[in-house]
Design a protein around this ligand. Structure first.
Ligand code: UGA
Length: 438
């Protein structure tokens, strides 16, 4: 297939490279020249395991090119829109500027028989609106909505071997069948391997995506709410999660209590979903998502309060080590990162914060130049009165008291992700605190 991918961020760059890896001819298009020149040189502009490898094989094969020139889309038959839909400034709704701009600039290059495929996470109703614009500008061209379920850190695997495919296609039987046939060709490998496929209408496809993220966010906030109860009763939320997780109706995954969810997806998606429900006159149906959001944000405050408590009532001029800045391990993404938020809040209280992360320092520094960043864990913990483990990178999960004991000023540690062995730290004389665990 000849494919264009418009938007080369975390989603689009991985999608473009993965489509080329699958044997398609792909052009990735983005307005950001820095991103395009990096991708053209075969260098991933962000950290994503496996991406550098497929970028270089695909570029070497000649099947993958990148450009800022939208006219390059003219040679493709299938056009993926993979631009961001961030939270709008001063509102909970999604900012649709980039999706609309991407389609605007694509329309002049569409021809009859082309398929525009929306991948971005959008408010329900968007696909129907965009389909009209496609039909007006290019009679004979079609639109489908094909939400993306990739997880950062596993993005390449999730794109090449997704756990399910969802196509939202036109109600018109003939157009819908044509769109499905084209998408089946794009995803021939996954379909051949028996990947479950749901073919549905636009609204359902759009809602599948936001419902999935809302469910995951709710699951995390559920266990974090239980963690709050565990904290006042002496119960252990990790053992509780293990116990309820054995019930296959509940399942253990996404029941890790800690400092909560962040990233470029879950937080803004639950807010935009709630805002869209209000526009549709059904605000109360999703009003629980406000509580999900509030529980999530309270966990960050809980860590800040714990630090102050451990420091005897105030953090001012006290050295605090922050291990982890990315919103989750194996990513350099700091969008809405709970770890970075906690570091910023402590800095605001006058604490002497030294923060580190294996991959996210550059992004964190660009956003919060007021923070002090150090490259190594050892430099971060040196003379610290309290150590915070906030993103569970493999190296941090392996941390044992011996590694840092001789460096710190005070043997106090907050395990924001419940990944350390509490007994081990306590028996080494540390004041060890976790989230929802004694
Ligand atoms: C999420 C969804 O998991 C993907 O399915 C979806 O495609 C993607 O958003 C998207 O909309 O593009 P992602 O943002 O990469 O993927 O991250 P997750 O793995 O979902 O983690 C989100 C946050 O939840 C992280 O901050 C993580 O630390 C936190 N989390 C996760 C917990 O606090 N507890 C858990 O048990 C699991």
């Amino acid at each position: 297939m000849r494919i264009s991918v418009i938007g080369c961020g975390y989603l689009g760059a991985v999608h473009a490279a993965s489509m080329a890896e699958l044997g398609h001819d792909v052009v990735g298009i983005d307005v950001d020249e820095r991103k395009i020149s990096s991708l053209s040189a075969g260098v991933a502009p962000f950290f994503e395991p496996g991406l550098p490898e497929i970028l270089s094989t695909a570029s070497a094969s000649g099947r993958l090119t990148f450009t800022t020139d939208m006219s390059a889309a003219a040679i493709a038959d299938v056009h993926f829109i993979a631009v961001g839909t961030p939270q709008k400034a001063g509102s909970y709704s999604a900012d649709m500027t980039y999706v609309d701009a991407a389609l605007d600039s694509l329309l002049p290059f569409l021809k009859a028989g082309d398929l525009v495929v929306g991948k971005s996470t959008v408010p329900v109703g968007t696909a129907a609106r965009l389909a009209e614009r496609v039909h007006e500008a290019a009679p004979g061209a079609e639109l489908a909505w094909n939400p993306e379920f990739l997880r950062e850190g596993f993005a390449v695997k999730d794109t090449i071997s997704p756990d399910r495919l969802v196509y939202g296609v036109s109600d018109d039987a003939e157009s819908g069948a044509r769109s499905k046939a084209l998408l089946d060709e794009v995803y021939a490998k996954a379909i051949g391997e028996g990947t479950p496929l749901v073919v549905t209408d636009y609204a359902t496809a759009e809602l599948v995506k936001v419902s999935a993220n809302a469910f995951l966010a709710t699951k995390i906030s559920f266990i974090n709410a239980i963690a709050e109860i565990a904290e006042v009763t002496g119960a252990n939320v990790t053992e509780l999660a293990d116990a309820i997780g054995f019930d296959t109706r509940i399942g253990r995954r996404f029941l890790n209590a800690g400092i909560g969810f962040g990233g470029g997806c879950l937080p803004k998606d639950i807010r935009a979903f709630g805002a869209r429900a209000e526009e549709l006159g059904r605000g109360e149906s999703l009003s629980f998502l406000k509580e999900v959001d509030a529980i999530n944000l309270r966990r960050r405050q809980r860590v800040v309060d714990l630090v102050v408590e451990l420091l005897g009532g105030q953090a001012f001029e006290k050295r605090v080590a922050v291990l982890g800045l990315a919103f989750k391990p194996d990513s350099d993404d700091i969008r809405d990162s709970p770890a970075l938020d906690i570091a910023v809040q402590l800095n605001g209280l006058g604490a002497d914060v030294l923060a580190t992360d294996p991959e996210a320092i550059a992004n964190a520094h660009a956003k919060h130049p007021q923070l002090v960043f150090v490259e190594s864990l050892e430099d971060a913990v040196r003379d610290a009165e309290v150590v915070l483990l906030l993103t569970e990178w493999a190296d941090y999960r392996r941390l044992v008291p011996d590694d840092i004991e001789s460096l710190v000023a005070g043997k106090r540690i907050i395990d924001g992700r419940n990944v350390l062995d509490s007994q081990q730290w306590r028996s080494a004389g540390w004041d060890y605190r976790a989230m929802g665990r004694p």
